[in-house]
Design a protein around this ligand. Structure first.
Ligand SMILES: Cc1cc2nc3c(=O)[nH]c(=O)nc-3n(C[C@H](O)[C@H](O)[C@H](O)COP(=O)(O)O)c2cc1C
Length: 508
């Protein structure tokens, strides 16, 4: 029986019991003083839409707030530390919730960071700060090189790849509805396009992984016919070939059997209720040139939509080889998504999450520098992902060379994720990463969609205020000279000193 049903049965038994016993022991009516408010609270919990945990676990859900106060931090999602040396997990998590809910998001009393610790980073402000930076003008990025017929004007912040399967149907609906409300894009993840991605009408970046879900032949290879059909869907604005993701590069996706429902299996064209592993590598290409010809094939099949690839940098030479092949073949992607080794996942071996994959800043600066070195950057946009949470994270990524950013876990938190760390067990208590219908009910799509849009809006606004304080009028003017990092007690380096710029064309 589900917790909600248990509550309803218990509340009926208590109320019935009191009514029956009243005839032989009238004083029992006083127990209503205790049970009455508890029962009312439980029914309020079931029907309210703001808190998924109380919706799913009436009355009991409230103890979460008490437990949160006393439990140790279970996941150091945010590695920066506060003045006491503790991870600032709780601070950023609260910030995401505040921004998503549209409540006050300023903080009293001053800095919460340990500013003398190695690794502390900040941006230079200006005496000549701007009064206002116009967001609507400069904050869209046009993605599409010369070969692209249908360029896409993207927001600088979008929802990173997370599949239907890793996420629940309600989570996908909330994210896509939020993307539609806020006019930004929603990456499908490698699990294919479901009706929940299409119905709300939000712009989609369709991701194609090594298993080619949604464009796959029976034996698991790429299928041009089904690709063309899906690529022509109006809301598919860009297409991303997933080479790797930072949390598990070289591993491929994992869909646990418990989450592989009949519906998901039908979308992916796999057997239901079995654990589905995407292969670690693609069968559609074996080297740099073949990758570029695959990009051209997808561009042609899609009618000229922007085509890019996502990777976490591993062997640097392999990326250099792709750039060389771009020069020799004349074929380029329209965008490259650089994911950091610190990126998130629904399920991955711990060794892969902890010990593979170049961290975002190192991978991002390398990709930018290499593209500039081969004189290729002008036609290729860079998307950065890996713990992008606040306006300052966007500023750092853009300073290093990104044109725009994606975020996954912050968006999960905007729709109610409490970091229960049960994404891989189908028991997510707030209905974000579960296929259990009862738990999924906790996630109210309309309420959470508004939160996604609000979080996006407020984060971009904070970024705009930040660059205005630095006297910068458009995001493109941000560069590595604007960001500082403490490397020891008496030594501070700017990003351009840590990651020196390359001359345009210097690698040709
Ligand atoms: C639940 C979950 C599912 C994910 N699924 C995919 C996926 O299907 N394809 C992919 O490329 N990345 C996937 N990712 C990685 C994210 O898209 C992103 O690259 C990474 O989490 C870094 O962003 P973050 O730090 O903002 O979470 C997933 C991440 C999470 C948390």
């Amino acid at each position: 029986m589900k917790p909600r049903e248990i509550f309803i049965v218990v509340s009926i038994l208590i109320t019935g019991g009191i009514v029956i016993f009243y005839t032989i022991w009238p004083s029992i009516v006083w127990t209503f003083v205790f049970f009455g408010p508890v029962i009312l609270l439980g029914y309020y919990d079931i029907f309210q839409s703001k808190h998924a945990i109380e919706r799913n676990f009436p009355v009991l859900g409230h103890f979460r707030f008490v437990l949160e106060k006393i439990r140790p931090e279970i996941m150091q999602y945010f590695v920066e530390t506060d003045t006491e040396g503790r991870p600032i997990n709780r601070i950023y998590r609260s910030l995401i919730y505040q921004r998503a809910k549209g409540v006050i998001d300023t903080a009293p009393f001053g800095t919460q960071m340990d500013v003398y610790k190695n690794g502390y980073e900040w941006m230079d402000h200006s005496i000549y700060a701007k009064n206002h930076v116009e967001i609507s003008d400069g904050f869209r990025v046009l993605v599409g090189g010369p070969a692209c017929k249908l360029p896409y004007s993207a927001s600088i912040l979008n929802i990173s790849a997370m599949s239907f399967g890793a996420l629940s149907k309600n989570a996908v609906l909330a994210l896509n509805t939020g993307a539609n409300l806020g006019d930004f894009a929603h990456n499908t993840g490698e699990g294919g396009i479901s009706s929940y991605h299409i119905k709300p009408g939000g712009d989609l970046i369709w991701q194609i992984g090594t298993a080619y879900f949604g464009c796959r032949t029976k034996d698991g290879n790429f299928c041009p016919d089904t690709f063309k059909k899906n690529a022509e869907i109006e809301s598919v604005k860009m297409i991303e070939i997933k080479i790797s993701q930072g949390a598990k590069p070289g591993h491929g996706g994992i869909l646990p059997a418990s989450k592989n429902t009949k519906e998901i299996a039908a979308i992916r064209l796999v057997k239901p209720h079995t654990t589905v592993y995407s292969p670690p590598t693609h069968t559609a290409f074996n080297d740099a040139e073949e990758l570029l010809h695959f990009i051209k094939q997808l561009r042609d099949l899609s009618g000229g939509k922007p085509i890019g690839f996502k990777l976490c940098i591993g062997k640097k030479q392999e990326f250099i080889n792709i750039c060389k092949a771009m020069t020799s073949t004349g074929i380029s992607p329209d965008f490259i998504t650089v994911d950091g080794g610190e990126g998130g996942t629904g399920a991955a071996p711990v060794e892969f999450s902890n010990s593979l994959g170049r961290p975002l800043r190192d991978g991002l600066s390398f990709v930018y520098d290499t593209l500039v070195g081969f004189d290729l950057k002008k036609n290729i946009k860079i998307i950065a992902s890996g713990k992008i949470i606040t306006g300052f994270h966007i500023a750092k990524a853009l300073a290093l060379g990104a044109d725009m950013c994606n975020c996954a876990r912050a968006m999960m938190m905007a729709i109610g994720c409490i970091q229960a760390l049960q994404c891989n067990t189908n028991t997510c208590p707030v209905g974000v990463t579960t296929q259990n219908k009862s738990l999924m009910r906790g996630l109210d799509v309309n309420d959470k969609a508004k939160r996604v849009a609000k979080y996006h809006e407020k984060t971009i606004k904070s970024f705009a205020e930040l660059i205005a304080a630095a006297g910068i009028s458009t995001p493109e003017n941000l560069n590595r000279t604007h960001i500082n990092r403490r490397v020891s007690m008496n030594s501070i380096l700017r990003y351009d000193e840590i990651y020196p710029y390359k001359e345009n064309g210097s690698l040709l």
